[in-house]
Design a protein around this ligand. Structure first.
Ligand code: SF4
Length: 453
């Protein structure tokens, strides 16, 4: 008999806990300023810089980004980004050491090479960037120029994440993203030539007109270029919230069963090609940092997904950027105009956030281990946080229902998700989410979770 009830189709991806939807205006620029001033001076930090511009709209994309053919808005935004870097660096106790930098978007590779080099130089003036720092950037192979690849190498970028999604021309047409294998291969080659040697591909399954065969062919073509990592995301069709997606022909979307087959076929093909599965949706070669982090129990989850980054502090720059400080989370103004206005007025652009409680921290730690390892030693995590497991009684009740339905096994508080139910990991994580009271899934619906965000 099924005891758990399906009450809520949309769960967070639990990149962070609490989810962004729980952020509030109770944390604003004033709190962030105080948190920055109290940062430990010698702890390395990570930096995230958000660049929300693209040249054309992909119809599946849910990221807020400005489509522009002109460079002027990008240059204008870069000026604000530099001002924000200055504002933040003036508020921290001393020049902070940095071990990880990520440029995300949008398409940050649209910044011209000279401007990118100048931005990196400015960061080096304001922060003590380690010689061994990981410097990563998201790239659209369709717009990457050889000059930009050279500029990235010269600026010290050593990791690039390339949007690929599907190599099938029929699927590409259905999502308005025409990108040949040759374009992607040329981008990989020119990046590697300029010492941007660690490469990630983003792939998507569940797209319109996508089939198991086309997924497998895409993976075979991708594997031939030997990226170090691949992220495999399920397309999430929510046209009521994402305007672009109204252009997608919904009648050609694969159903839940077809999506599950596509995911399984991609996973099998990647594993046969020598990649290791990392968490829910990543694959990596055995010598990649993610695979090594997983092997040694150091895999982390942050606002960008799975990570080997061990920094406790992430400083976010740019519109909508999320930061994490010991005391909690902050997010900048989401719209570009509003972000620029705040920075131009000489103030931090923090619009909302969340101050972490002791209870949040212990729940976040448990959820992170579940999302990374599909298991968590709940009593040990509670002890490490000086918390009494009895305070998680609400979670115990929800877990008991999941155990009764054969989704998890529980032994002396150690929770392990059964292999066949790994797609349902977010439902298990939700058992510890105090902001989602009573969210539960029946096993048959776990595969359908691939389609939710
Ligand atoms: S998928 Fe990437 S390139 Fe396409 S619109 Fe979204 S952010 Fe821009």
């Amino acid at each position: 008999m099924q005891t758990t009830k399906f009450r809520e189709a949309r769960l967070p991806w639990y990149t962070i806990y609490p989810a962004v939807s729980e952020f509030s205006g109770a944390v604003g620029a004033e709190a962030y300023e105080e948190w920055l001033r109290n940062l430990p001076a010698d702890d390395p930090v990570s930096l995230y810089l958000h660049v929300p511009f693209c040249r054309s709209a992909c119809w599946y994309c849910g990221f807020p980004t400005t489509i522009t053919r002109r460079d002027a808005p990008i240059l204008n935004y870069l000026a604000a980004l530099r001002d924000e870097i200055r504002l933040v660096s003036e508020r921290v106790p001393k020049t902070l050491p940095v071990s990880d930098i990520h440029f995300g978007g949008g398409t940050p590779s649209l910044i011209g090479p000279a401007e990118f080099l100048a931005l990196m130089e400015f960061l080096r003036c304001r922060f003590a960037i380690s010689k061994t720092a990981t410097v990563a950037i998201e790239i659209d192979p369709r717009t990457l120029t050889p000059e930009m690849a050279e500029g990235l190498g010269a600026a010290g970028v050593n990791r690039a994440s390339l949007g690929v999604q599907s190599f099938d021309p029929i699927v590409q047409k259905a999502i308005n993203r025409i990108q040949s294998e040759a374009q992607t291969s040329a981008a990989v080659e020119v990046l590697r030539r300029h010492r941007v040697s660690r490469i990630n591909f983003d792939l998507i399954y569940g797209l319109p007109r996508q089939t198991v065969e086309s997924c497998v062919e895409t993976v075979r073509a991708a594997v031939a270029m030997r990226p170090d990592r691949l992220a495999l995301f399920g397309y999430s069709h929510i046209p009521s919230q994402v305007k672009n997606q109204r252009l997608i022909e919904a009648e050609f979307l694969p159903d839940s069963a077809a999506r599950a087959e596509q995911y399984a076929a991609v996973a099998v093909t990647l594993i046969a090609a020598g990649y290791r599965q990392i968490g829910l949706d990543h694959f990596a070669l055995p010598d990649d940092e993610l695979a090594l982090a997983q092997e040694t129990g150091r895999l982390r989850r942050n606002s960008l997904g799975y990570s080997a980054d061990t920094c406790r502090t992430l400083i976010g720059f740019g519109a909508s950027a999320i930061g994490r400080i010991g005391q909690g989370y902050v997010q900048n103004e989401v719209t570009r105009d509003s972000y620029i206005q705040h920075i131009a007025a000489g103030r931090l652009a923090t619009s909302k956030g969340h101050r972490l409680t002791d209870d949040d921290r212990v729940r976040a730690a448990i959820i992170e281990r579940l999302m990374c390892d599909f298991e968590a030693d709940v009593p040990a995590i509670c002890v490490a946080h000086g918390s009494d497991p009895i305070r998680l009684r609400d979670s115990a009740e929800r877990l008991a229902m999941l155990a009764k339905d054969g989704i998890v096994d529980i032994e002396n508080g150690f929770v392990r998700v059964r292999r066949e139910h790994r797609f349902g990991i977010r439902a298990v994580a939700a058992a510890f989410d105090v902001f989602r009271d009573g969210v539960m899934y029946i096993p048959q619906q776990l595969n359908a979770m691939q389609s939710t965000t």
